[in-house]
Write a protein that binds this ligand. Structure first.
Ligand code: NDP
Length: 445
């Protein structure tokens, strides 16, 4: 990193004390944009990088609600409106007990570049709460969501900030939040994405992040002269992204042998039966270990991190941040992994990324590889504005086109700035350039 970018990084650490995930996300970007900054001294003069690492606005608020025992519970809500240079803030809402400002800021920061790569006019933002929907009744989840939206609604809008789902926020939670927004604002607008199909949702949005990941990795495979056929795949997580990544990869001839949740992982060498996983996770809201009750030949192992000890050709981390560290990456390399595609946000530590890239593993970074979800959310916004719905096939075709365009931007930009084949640098530089140029055009703001 240049002295200039080093000093920006030092300021970020000093001004955002204790927010280690945010530091990590900023460092990953600053490490790679030096060639662009060198070529554009005007970005330094106008302090584009210093402005980019500071959110335009961050909101923190109390979320009180009453549980089924009649007791009052108090959670903390967040919305970080990070950057609106190229469009309204856009990014999901994470509901997980680990949520604090540092996690929402890392996610919001990443979202700026990811959204720029989609080619669609959306800025970067993210929100969430330390509320845990797991084990709560539907009524409790509704009470939380209504209280959360009772504060959030005044800060968002279809042309201002459009939240969506993320870990812990699926169709049920979006439904409760949308209902409350509609009631408070007395409007029916596309203020949230990930909506139900009956009330403004887009076909293929549910599948989009997982499918998009597979479309992106398909291009990586093609560039290496191969395809999915017969490849052994390990996917962490068993939520929205993991399930649809499995579905698409399997349909293209791959064999997915392992999946996980935060308690442990399952191994089914014959190929995981996705219908059983979906029944457990989507219908019953159960645990992944229930899989072995139905498939006797499969194995369940307690503890989720051991999943990276399973030999595979392709690893798709689709659970959460920092789920692969340097040692786990080294183990994957030792066991022959050739391709890694990040479905989750920042699932690999900086050491893990270095390990993969130094070993010559084809590495597809989250900002680019999982951008299909937010891209399809932007397509949902587009359909809402037109009061129109496209067919599944139309949305899926647009998604494929967008993922191809993202892949092309990553490879072309990497090559143009002397980093041929480095998709991390390509994604960061391409996203940064687009946002930086828009910020320059808007003057100091
Ligand atoms: P879900 O809530 O549907 O699923 C999350 C999965 O990851 C679950 O299997 C969950 O297990 C597991 N998980 C969560 N936290 C941990 C943890 N600390 N350790 C191990 N496993 C964990 O979320 P999504 O599938 O929507 O999101 C997964 C990742 O993809 C996140 O990083 C998210 O930010 C990213 N992403 C999602 C998009 C989307 O469209 N949904 C778009 C782009 C990125 P358990 O049930 O035990 O908690």
């Amino acid at each position: 990193m240049s002295q200039y970018l080093d000093s920006v990084m030092e300021t970020v650490v000093a001004r955002n004390a204790g927010e280690k995930e945010f530091h990590q996300a900023v460092k990953e970007v600053l490490k790679t944009i030096e060639p662009v900054v060198e070529k554009h001294p005007e970005f330094i003069k106008e302090k584009i990088v210093e402005r980019l690492v500071e959110p335009e606005r961050q909101l923190m608020f109390r979320v009180p609600w009453v549980d089924d025992k009649g007791e009052v519970q108090v959670n903390r809500g967040f919305r970080v409106q990070f950057n609106s240079a190229i469009g309204p803030y856009k990014g999901g809402i994470r509901l997980h007990p680990s949520v604090y400002l540092g996690i929402i800021k890392f996610l919001g920061f990443e979202q700026i570049f990811k959204n720029a790569l989609t080619t669609l006019p959306i800025g970067g933002g993210k929100g969430g709460s330390d509320f845990d929907p797991k084990g709560k009744s539907d009524r409790e989840v509704m009470a939380f969501c209504q209280s959360f939206m009772t504060e959030l609604w005044r800060h968002i809008g279809p042309d201002t900030d459009v939240p969506a789902g993320d870990i812990g926020t699926g169709a049920r939670e979006i439904g409760y939040m949308f209902g409350q927004y509609k009631r408070l604002s007395n409007t029916f607008t596309g203020v949230l994405t990930g909506k139900g199909l009956e009330w403004g949702g887009s076909l293929a949005r549910t599948e989009a992040t997982g499918y998009g990941l597979i479309y992106y990795v398909t291009r990586m495979l093609q560039d290496a002269g191969t395809d999915w056929n017969g490849k052994k795949v390990v996917i962490s997580g068993s939520g929205n992204v993991a399930i649809y990544a499995n579905q698409k990869a399997t349909s293209l001839g791959a064999k997915v042998v392992a999946m996980s949740d935060s308690n442990g992982y399952i191994v089914d060498e014959g190929g995981i039966h996705l219908d059983i996983v979906r029944d457990i996770k989507e219908r019953r809201r159960g645990r992944i270990k229930e899989y072995v009750d139905e498939v006797k030949s499969a194995q369940y192992v307690e503890g989720c991190r051991g999943i990276w000890s399973i030999p595979c050709d392709i690893a798709l981390p689709c659970a959460t941040q920092n789920e692969i560290n340097g040692d786990e990456a080294a183990l994957l390399v030792k066991n022959g992994v050739q391709f890694v595609g990040e479905g989750a946000n920042m699932p690999s530590t900086l050491e893990a990324i270095d390990t993969f890239q130094n070993a010559g593993v084809f590495f597809g970074p989250a900002k680019a590889a999982n951008a299909g979800g937010v891209a399809t959310s932007a397509l949902e916004m587009c359909q809402n504005s037109m009061r129109y719905s496209w067919s599944f096939e139309e949305v899926d075709a647009k998604l494929q086109g967008i993922m191809n365009s993202i892949y092309d931007q990553c490879t072309r930009t990497a090559e143009a700035y002397g980093k041929k084949g480095d998709l991390v640098a390509g994604a960061n530089m391409a996203g940064f350039l687009k946002v930086a140029k828009a910020m320059m055009a808007h003057g100091i703001c």
